[in-house]
Design a protein around this ligand. Structure first.
Ligand code: FAD
Length: 502
């Protein structure tokens, strides 16, 4: 028994990354208490097979289930990631690109200077307002350094990973099976739902029936149980996130790789460049309203230098962007693409997967499945999705490319949530943005540094010509000294390639 909960039978439907992450978290939490956990997947349907970047939450997930980097990283061709570089989103002079860093402990010393300067610059003072001058991770990514320093320099740097998503799924599957998850390969063709909206069983093509107390829908964009059998409505984000398709292709890996994802704008979307130990993953995320799949593939081929080579095959994918109204309905919780997807600009999908599973584990262990408890869970997960959406929408809204309808329409999009509208107003009205995030109680979604980096990184400041010389008040930030401090700190960290050696 966990608390006063009797062992339950759980069926996870779907064996993509979301399904195997759920299986691992659940067997770790409940295997010892006699819970019976079965994962069913259809080899005919297959997995989406993309998604190669993470936030630091993937490290939290790996640590929580006791997997070590020295084992899983080489098996998944993984590299470290210190953040994301955004190239070409802004045409404002002095702001052609910026780096969104994952937090580092040493930011405590440099971030206040950046926040101070960005407020001064918004108030018309001619001071350095570009985030790249202030953050250790930005500098380290550029210098191709790893997040690891010697013992005499005990300052941590948060990091995520790049990985081969197919290999990661296989690795997690193997671990989950070893730990006691039952694995059934078959296609589910029918779902039995009771009159009061609970799933009783799922049934395969041979008539085999799988019953359970709880069903976890990890069936990808199909969402066979939650949106299919239980008919939970889908809330589309299409009106402010235009991208609905992607094309992907690999290129060879150069000798050294920087620990960063690069996101570069193309004509009708953006391209990711993700370094693995085995190859570079490239993908163009675009809107099918503005360009065709053929045109997008051609543009990506030119961008990556692959050209017309028939040796490199491109894969095309469709994306359904939005979220379900409720992630948990009756005895079914959806995890992964089945619960929703926000395009991969900040690589947040697996973070949302882990957050959802963790919240479900906590809710189940606390018992008493009242409507109130389910509503609380759903409101919490919806808040996570909507918060990520707003941050992604801000990228598009702040772009200043004017060369295509796609970018112009994005910049002119007025379908903003109240929350995003208030954040942007606080920035442009030269108010304290941290206070605004606190007022909205949303700092846990994206912290103030992330918002400052985005808005400062795109150069959302008054025109340079009208700025007054010098800083705000008597507090002048000595940017040269901050850069020297960052440079000296970075000397303690090992090269990225060295950290990747097995
Ligand atoms: C273009 C693109 C880029 C992305 N980039 C990132 C990124 O950088 N970072 C990130 O975190 N995420 C990213 N993602 C999201 C990421 O790929 C997914 O969140 C992740 O792979 C989890 O997918 P899934 O397990 O939910 O679904 P899938 O991988 O689609 O798995 C679905 C599973 O359900 C099974 N199934 C379906 N129906 C049935 C049935 N009837 N019977 C039995 N089995 C069934 C299938 O066989 C499969 O095993 C990206 C997604 C896209 C589309």
């Amino acid at each position: 028994m966990v608390g006063n909960i009797e062992p339950k039978k759980i069926v996870i439907l779907g064996g993509g990354t979301a399904g195997w992450m759920a299986a691992n978290v659940m067997i770790k939490a409940w295997g010892q208490y006699g819970f019976d956990i079965t994962l069913i997947e259809s080899p005919d349907i297959g997995i989406v097979g993309v998604g190669e970047g993470s936030t630091p939450t993937l490290k939290t997930f790996m640590d929580s289930i006791g997997l070590e980097e020295k084992d899983w990283m080489p098996a998944c061709n993984a590299t470290y990631k210190l953040g994301i570089r955004f190239e070409g989103w802004s045409t404002r002079p002095g702001f052609p690109s910026y780096f969104h860093p994952f937090p580092a402990q040493l930011d405590d010393f440099t971030a206040p200077a950046f926040l101070h300067n960005s407020l001064a610059r918004r108030n018309g003072h001619d001071v350095e307002g570009h985030p790249d001058s202030f953050f250790l991770n930005s500098y380290m990514a550029e210098q191709k350094l790893s997040p690891f320093a010697g013992e005499n320099f005990p300052f941590t740097v948060l990091y995520g990973y790049h990985f081969d998503s197919g290999l990661l799924g296989q690795y997690l599957a193997e671990i989950a099976r070893q730990r006691g998850v039952q694995h059934v390969q078959t296609k589910i063709v029918d779902t039995k739902v009771s009159a009061d909206g609970l799933i009783e069983s799922v049934v395969d093509g041979d008539g085999r029936s799988f019953e359970a107390d709880y069903f976890v829908d990890c069936t990808g964009f199909r969402s066979a149980l939650l949106q299919g059998a239980l008919q939970v409505p889908f809330v589309s984000f299409a009106e402010n996130l235009f991208n609905d398709a992607a094309v992907v292709l690999p290129t060879p890996r150069p000798e050294e790789v920087a620990p960063q994802t690069v996101s570069t704008t193309l004509k009708n979307g953006w391209a990711w460049t993700i370094p693995l130990t085995s190859r570079i993953g490239n993908g163009y995320v675009y809107s099918s309203k503005y360009t065709t799949a053929d045109e997008a593939e051609k543009e990506l081929r030119n961008f990556t230098g692959v050209g017309d080579s028939t040796e490199v095959e491109a894969r095309h994918l469709k994306m359904k962007v939005g979220r379900v109204e409720k992630h948990w309905a009756g005895n079914c919780v959806a995890v992964g693409l089945s619960q929703g997807f926000i395009e991969p600009l900040e690589a947040t999908a697996l973070q949302l997967v882990f957050d959802t599973i963790q919240n479900f584990v906590i809710a189940l262990e606390s018992g008493n499945f009242t409507t109130e408890k389910r509503d609380g869970f759903n409101a919490g997960v919806n808040g996570l999705f909507d918060g990520v959406r707003d941050y992604i929408v801000a990228h598009y809204l702040m772009n200043s490319r004017t060369d295509t309808d796609y970018w112009r329409d994005n910049a002119n999009n007025d379908k903003l949530s109240r929350s995003l509208y208030d954040i942007i107003s606080a920035w442009t009205d030269s108010k304290n943005l941290t206070d605004e995030l606190r007022r909205q109680k949303i700092e846990h979604l994206y912290p103030t540094i992330s918002w400052h980096c985005l808005l400062g990184g795109y150069g959302i400041y008054p025109a340079k010509e009208g700025l007054k010389a010098g800083g705000m008040g008597k507090h002048q930030v000595k940017v040269n000294e901050i850069q020297e401090f960052i440079r000296r700190c970075s000397l303690n960290y090992a090269p990225h390639m060295q950290a990747l050696e097995p």
